[in-house]
Design a binder for this molecule. Structure first.
Ligand SMILES: *Cc1c(COP(=O)(O)O)cnc(C)c1O
Length: 415
């Protein structure tokens, strides 16, 4: 087993360490308090009481009423449920989303298209931002819902959700935002946003995996996605994941308390890291709008090097980071987010996302910086993608890329 205390973790947009306070809050519900919250006797009812307290905390995180909170198994379920409900309750056949959503939306859209629905994927600008005029023009009489993420998990870029929701309201269309990346980093207020639906996932917030929530605005019609018992006021069947809900509640409290830290200290770490990389490593480019983004995320292109090669080298010194690419042995699908921003597939394959969190220290950043420059320099020395290494005009750079990717993977795995 890998010693978690030795890992330098810069992948907080993928998942986060469960806070010790959260673990502590859960334990009673994995041990002595195992009653079913739906049971009428006191042994069950006591659990119900704690569950509702956790609901209040999660509601407070987004300034919702506890009755507007539906616990789900994850962020993916929350996203799917919101879109499903809108289509069923309105009977409409068209969905608007964006080209840079999490796969929870992108692949649900593809599924809907197979079922005969129509889906519009709004493009983004080169800095990752969303053009609201395009959104307005895309709304049709048969549009059932607009679903756009609040903060992008790969670049951290923020979308103007308040304005989006206002447009939707004025056109009589339901609105949903995937705000999974936001809590703990920026304040969330569903009243101010004015959306009908909002999704969260607790494992991005220092709670365990397998618990999420969907905010359903009061008076917005709702059709359950999971049909069964009367749990969650009839909006989601299935016995509640009590320990995880308690964890979510505790994490919601902690996230509210740590917002200041994430915004000042973590932002400072991120900015120092990013500025140093961009000024000391040649041929590096930041992806995404510099100011209009989350305080913890830095997505950087390292030209002439494959992201997967960088990640393997980082991994060997205990550093966790990621690329948006789906890697299947040597052939990489470039990130759909970065290609939607207009990056060439080649450059998109050279991008690494560093996402920081409250447990990162100055020392972590120093360690990362001390390794990264050398790794990039070494990889560029041997990279066939490096233009310095060829004066042949007919050089097939794509073939070289695939071959190089395979070699790097082999080298990384076997060395
Ligand atoms: C992680 C993530 C999700 C999915 O959440 P799960 O709980 O893992 O299903 C959805 N949207 C965004 C933006 C995410 O970062």
């Amino acid at each position: 087993m890998i010693d978690s205390t030795k890992v330098r973790y810069f992948d907080n947009n993928a998942t986060t360490r469960v806070a010790p306070e959260v673990v502590e809050a859960m334990i009673p519900f994995l041990s002595e308090m195992w009653g079913n919250p739906s049971s009428a006797y006191a042994f069950g009812a006591q659990v119900h009481g704690h569950l509702e307290k956790a609901r209040e905390k999660v509601a407070s995180l987004v300034n919702a009423d506890p009755k507007e909170v539906v616990f789900t198994s994850c962020g993916t379920e929350a996203n799917n449920s919101a879109i499903h409900s809108a289509l069923v309750t309105t009977g409409k056949r068209h969905v608007i989303t964006t080209a840079v959503e999490h796969s929870a939306n992108i692949n649900f859209g593809a599924y809907l298209e197979k079922q005969g629905y129509q889906v519009t994927y709004l493009p983004v600008e080169s800095d990752g931002s969303l053009d609201l005029h395009l959104l307005e023009q895309s709304i049709r009489p048969d549009t059932g819902i607009v679903s756009a993420m609040m903060a992008n998990n790969e670049t951290g870029v923020l979308f103007p959700i308040e304005e989006m929701a206002a447009i939707c309201r004025s056109r009589g269309v339901l609105s949903h935002t995937d705000a999974v990346q936001v809590p703990g980093k920026l304040r969330l207020d569903v009243r101010q946003l004015g959306v009908d639906f909002l999704s969260l996932s607790a494992h991005k917030l220092h709670a365990p995996k397998g618990i999420g929530m969907l905010y359903v605005k009061r008076r917005t019609k709702y059709q359950p996605y999971l049909i069964g018992g009367h749990q969650e006021r009839g909006r989601r069947g299935g016995t509640e994941n009590v320990a995880n809900i308690i964890a979510f509640g505790r994490a919601a409290d902690l996230a509210q308390a740590s917002i200041e830290e994430e915004n000042v200290r973590v932002r400072g770490l991120r900015d120092r890291f990013e500025t140093t990389v961009l000024s000391t490593i040649p041929n590096t480019v930041r992806n995404g709008n510099r100011s209009n983004r989350l305080p913890n995320t830095s997505n950087i292109a390292f030209d002439f090097v494959e992201a997967e090669a960088i990640l393997l080298q980082l991994d060997q010194v205990g550093i966790c980071a990621s690329s948006g690419s789906a890697c299947t042995t040597g052939s990489l699908d470039p990130s759909h987010v970065l290609t939607a921003m207009g990056l060439s597939p080649m450059r998109a394959r050279s991008c690494v996302r560093f996402s920081l969190g409250i447990y990162n220290t100055e020392e972590d950043i120093n360690f990362l910086l001390s390794k990264l420059g050398l790794i990039i320099a070494r990889l560029r020395e041997i990279s066939p993608l490096n233009p310095e290494h060829t004066d042949n005009d007919n050089y097939d750079i794509e073939a070289a890329r695939v071959k190089h990717g395979e070699e790097m993977l082999r080298a990384g795995i076997t060395s």
